[in-house]
Design a protein around this ligand. Structure first.
Ligand code: SAM
Length: 216
């Protein structure tokens, strides 16, 4: 099976709408969860593609985006990395809040395409990479933003080591997280919490209490 064209696939399997906590940003999001997830499992997986994380605005990403939009000083005039960008929601929120530049990083090439499409819809400019940046040197980022990345132990642990190293050099790092299993248990300052509306199909609950943390 050949890999589907990402732009055509995204346009055909999403609709433009606003995440519940972020009415000021529109994204290409899955209209129904089960069909797109099954399709990617059954069809795209055969071509080696990961599940369509980019088709959802995850609770952690919504909370972090809300925080940035309501506290623009955190990013205004700064160089930002949105790590594990998915749909690009946090990257777009950072640009709308006045960031100088944003690099949106996601190793899924479909996410890279979704981020570019979503940035265009929201009339902001975001640089996108599908390089795996874990362990690489800080490219001049003042602030690293991490939305909902603590769902797998090896991934969460390697991100923590890498980002704490940057924090030790003076970088600010914020995490948006709805209580995922591998959120670090120590060395975090809670900045704010939100009740984020979600769906039972995706999260097994209608609302997730989701916090924004600063790595200290
Ligand atoms: C649960 S989603 C969160 C997306 C977005 N931050 C949000 O909150 O809506 C996790 C994302 O991390 C990406 N990811 C996983 N490992 C990664 C890595 N090593 N580098 C960059 N992105 C990665 C996945 O492709 C996925 O899009």
């Amino acid at each position: 099976m050949t890999t589907p064209d990402p732009v055509a696939f995204i346009r055909a399997n999403t609709i433009l709408h606003e995440p519940p906590l972020i009415p000021e940003i529109r994204l290409h999001l899955a209209s129904e969860i089960v069909p797109i997830w099954q399709m990617t499992e059954e069809e795209l997986e055969r071509t080696g593609l990961p599940p369509p994380f980019w088709a959802f605005a995850w609770a952690g990403g919504q909370a972090l985006s809300r925080y940035i939009l309501d506290h623009p000083d955190v990013v205004r005039g700064k160089r930002i990395l949105d790590f594990g960008s998915g749909s690009g929601l946090i990257a777009i929120a950072a640009m709308k809040a006045g960031a100088r530049s944003v690099l949106a990083a996601d190793i899924d090439p479909f996410a890279a395409t979704a981020i570019a499409l979503n940035a265009k819809v929201n009339d902001v400019s975001v640089v996108v990479t599908d390089e795996n940046l874990i362990g690489t040197a800080n490219q001049g980022w003042d602030v690293v933003l991490i939305g909902d990345m603590c769902y797998e132990r090896p991934l969460a642990e390697s991100i923590e080591i890498w980002v704490r190293n940057m924090v030790a050099q003076g970088t600010t790092a914020l995490i948006g997280d709805p209580g995922r299993t591998y959120l670090p248990k120590m060395g975090l300052d809670k900045l704010i919490s939100y009740a984020v509306k979600t769906t039972r199909e995706l999260e097994d609950t209608d609302v997730r209490n989701t916090s924004v943390w600063r790595i200290v």
